[in-house]
Write a protein that binds this ligand. Structure first.
Ligand SMILES: Cc1ncc(COP(=O)(O)O)c(C=O)c1O
Length: 247
């Protein structure tokens, strides 16, 4: 009997023993075309030779050094690369080991920021319905997928959820794309006013919605308007790009 506490109690899973590009191979030698690679986790292909070589090389040199006491060449290189690819003005990287942890860290960072600048009253988070920000309690609270949140609702920090920018579902007949984007962005302004602008800490959204809507980008003009609204009220705008980074 397996001692793994699996995602489902029904049935037994095949044992994956190796990977080969876009294929996974089980203990019986059966090959599976891995069309999604998890949520784009294995997007460089399974058992990618360069990735394996780099991992081995790093492991032979150094496996771990506590980040409170040391930096390392690998961490510095990664940070340099990420900053080089980031928009201007972003010159620091906080490294974590997964998406949920990244969202938790960004929310805590936002709170820390307002404590540091003397605005401790800012603590409220606004997010969007039909979004996914991860599975840990803070990230689950930010996420707007009702089915995932429902049974844990009493444990979640209070978060407001406004409409997503989902033109295919939400744009009214006869409404222009631009007017639709501005209408749904306006929900942010309305929610900020309802909560009290001085209490709002951050708005968090996926620029391209991944897990809960399936590669849905915002319409033109929407994100610019969101940025303006956040800036006007001194609210931090957090883009959760965990999925696009994977792609
Ligand atoms: C947008 C987004 N944020 C956060 C997460 C959580 O990432 P992880 O599963 O690494 O905790 C995901 C995972 O799919 C995601 O799509």
């Amino acid at each position: 009997m397996s001692h793994i506490f699996g995602r489902s109690t029904k049935g037994q899973l095949p044992t994956a023993v190796s990977g080969d590009g876009c294929y996974l191979i089980d203990a019986a030698g059966k090959r599976y075309l891995d069309g999604s690679g998890g949520a784009a986790v294995s997007c460089l292909g399974h058992s990618n030779a360069r990735v394996r070589a780099s991992l081995h090389e790093q492991l032979d040199q150094l496996a771990f050094a506590h980040t409170g006491f040391f930096t390392s060449e690998a961490a510095e290189l990664l940070a340099d690369r990420l900053v080089a690819a980031a928009p201007e003005g972003i010159d620091r990287v906080y490294l974590v080991s997964g998406g949920s942890e990244a969202v938790e860290a960004s929310l805590k960072l936002a709170r820390q920021y307002f404590m540091e600048i003397g605005q401790p009253h800012r603590h409220r988070v606004i997010a969007r319905r039909q979004s996914y920000h991860g599975n840990t309690l803070g990230a689950l609270a930010a996420g707007g997928n009702e089915w995932r949140r429902a049974q844990f609702a009493p444990l979640l920090v209070e978060t407001s959820h406004i409409s997503p920018c989902y033109e295919y579902r939400g744009r009214a007949d006869g409404e222009s794309v631009e007017a639709y984007g501005l209408r749904v962005a306006q929900e942010l302004e309305t929610e900020i006013q309802r909560l009290g602008p001085e209490t709002v800490m951050a708005f968090i959204a996926e620029p391209v919605v991944g897990a809960t809507a399936g590669a849905v980008p915002a319409v033109s003009g929407y994100l610019q308007r969101i940025r303006e609204i956040c800036d006007r009220h001194g609210i931090l705008l957090i883009f959760d790009e965990v999925i696009p980074v994977g792609f």
